[in-house]
Ligand binder design. Structure first.
Ligand SMILES: Cc1ncc(COP(=O)(O)O)c(C=O)c1O
Ligand SMILES: Nc1c(O)cccc1C(=O)C[C@H](N)C(=O)O
Length: 408
């Protein structure tokens, strides 16, 4: 066995999280695509069977109350809360990330405009509303598309800037800033505490997209004063294909959260069936229509794999996995065939490694044929996601070894 093979075995035997792998359904594949679709937690199939056969099949309409369907969005939000550093009562689950980006961004603009001092001197003695939204220029496309539409609807200009440029781009015009905690392509981790503070100091609101950080590293929403955040649950939270997303609204802002999608589920009295809208209090204000119960309850079961698992331990293993992968790539892959786009400093790295590579699409196909599953991101990126709950160090060594074989 090679030196790195031996090292992998040693790292695996010292890994306290290694037994968690048994909480998932896995085969002999090295699965490094949990940053796109997390693996299936072993308890989900039976739970879903019960939800379908008993809760729906037998209890039918009674399940909205007796099986806790009606309150699932807030209950499951409270289950996600500790993973992203939030106290209970601030997260609601439902809709897609795209829809929650829309809700949060429009609500952020509305709040910025109703804050004291929001109207600024326009230099001619007149006043001007906050009329600019900054968006991460490198964002996953859906956020950019939604931000453009939100800007049009609120009469704002949309200004794409890199996260590093945000502090210099903020002004008295800025209403809201849409940022990613971890970049989906490079795996770069952005500085959430300092960017949030800078946005707030400018009198604006930051909306954080946590898709690529929640479940992989501590986020600290409450601690860092974040106002609004969204994220998906099908990556590191393993909720399943199309599992519902979530919306965090900081407690102090909840009474001012003015949703652009007020539906009957966010009404103070949904069954009052009244023509006038009166918003519910608390996290429920972020709901819209009837929750997607089957997906939601699959997610609830999936979150049980986190019982007794501190997110700090997950982060430590994630960094060890990505460090080890980079080490193996340097050792095995012929010089000059790949370039890492992922930052080396731990403080700037999420839980994936992105390698720029000629013919990346073809290379990824060959990797998948050989049992190493990552993904290809246009135009030239091989992306490998490391989910510490089920990826081990031997997987990492094998992935780098197979990559080297494919590239040789
Ligand atoms: C950063 C980011 N935001 C949003 C999305 C898309 O969210 P949804 O399909 O849930 O709307 C993804 C991935 O699909 C993503 O990586
Ligand atoms: N949500 C996805 C889907 O429905 C199909 C295929 C991929 C996805 C993804 O999640 C992509 C992912 N957000 C990315 O970072 O590229």
């Amino acid at each position: 066995m090679s030196d790195l093979g031996t090292k992998a075995r040693e790292l695996d035997s010292a890994d306290e999280l290694a037994p968690l792998r048994d909480r998932f359904v896995l085969d002999g594949t090295v699965y490094l695509d949990g940053n796109s679709l997390g693996a299936l937690p072993a308890n989900v199939p039976d739970r879903i069977a019960d939800v379908v056969r008993r809760q729906w099949g037998e209890l039918r309409i009674r399940s909205w109350e007796e099986s806790g369907w009606w309150t699932a969005p807030e209950r499951i939000g409270d289950r996600i809360a500790p993973l992203v550093g939030a106290a209970p009562g601030q997260i609601v689950v439902g809709d897609s990330t795209s829809v929650n980006v829309f809700k949060a961004l429009v609500a952020a603009v509305r709040m910025a405009r109703t804050d004291g001092g929001a109207r600024t001197d326009d230099g001619t003695g007149g006043t001007r509303d906050r009329d600019e939204i900054l968006v991460d220029a490198t964002t996953f496309p859906t956020d950019g598309y939604i931000a453009r539409s939100a800007a049009r609807m609120t009469g704002c200009t949309l200004r794409p800037v890199t996260p590093a440029e945000v502090p210099g781009a903020l002004s008295a015009r800025t209403a809201a800033v849409l940022l990613n905690h971890v970049d989906y392509r490079t795996g770069r981790l952005h500085d959430l505490p300092s960017l949030t503070a800078a946005v707030h100091a400018a009198g604006a609101y930051a909306v954080w997209d946590l898709c690529h950080s929640a479940g992989a590293l501590p986020v600290g929403l409450d601690e860092h004063g974040v106002g609004l955040a969204v994220g998906c649950t099908y990556k590191y939270l393993n909720g399943g294909p199309g599992s519902p997303a979530y919306l965090y609204v900081r407690r102090e802002l909840q009474d001012r959260f003015d949703s652009p999608l007020p539906g009957w589920n966010s009404h103070a009295e949904p069954f009052g069936m009244r023509p006038d809208f009166e918003p519910a209090s608390g996290a429920r204000r972020g709901r819209v229509g009837t929750p997607d119960i089957l997906s939601m309850l699959a997610l609830e079961a999936a979150l049980e794999v986190w019982d007794g698992v501190p997110v700090e331990a997950v982060r430590a293993k994630s960094l060890a996995l990505t460090d080890f992968f980079l080490e193996c790539v340097v050792a095995y892959v012929p010089d000059g065939r790949v370039t890492s786009l992922t930052p080396v400093p731990h403080g700037e790295r999420g839980s994936q490694v992105a390698l720029r590579c000629a013919d990346a699409g073809e290379v990824m196909k060959r990797l998948i044929e050989r049992g190493v599953v990552g993904d290809f991101r246009h135009p030239d990126v091989l992306r490998f996601g490391f989910t510490p709950l089920y990826v081990g160090f031997a997987d990492v060594e094998r992935a780098a070894r197979v990559l080297a074989e494919v590239l040789r």
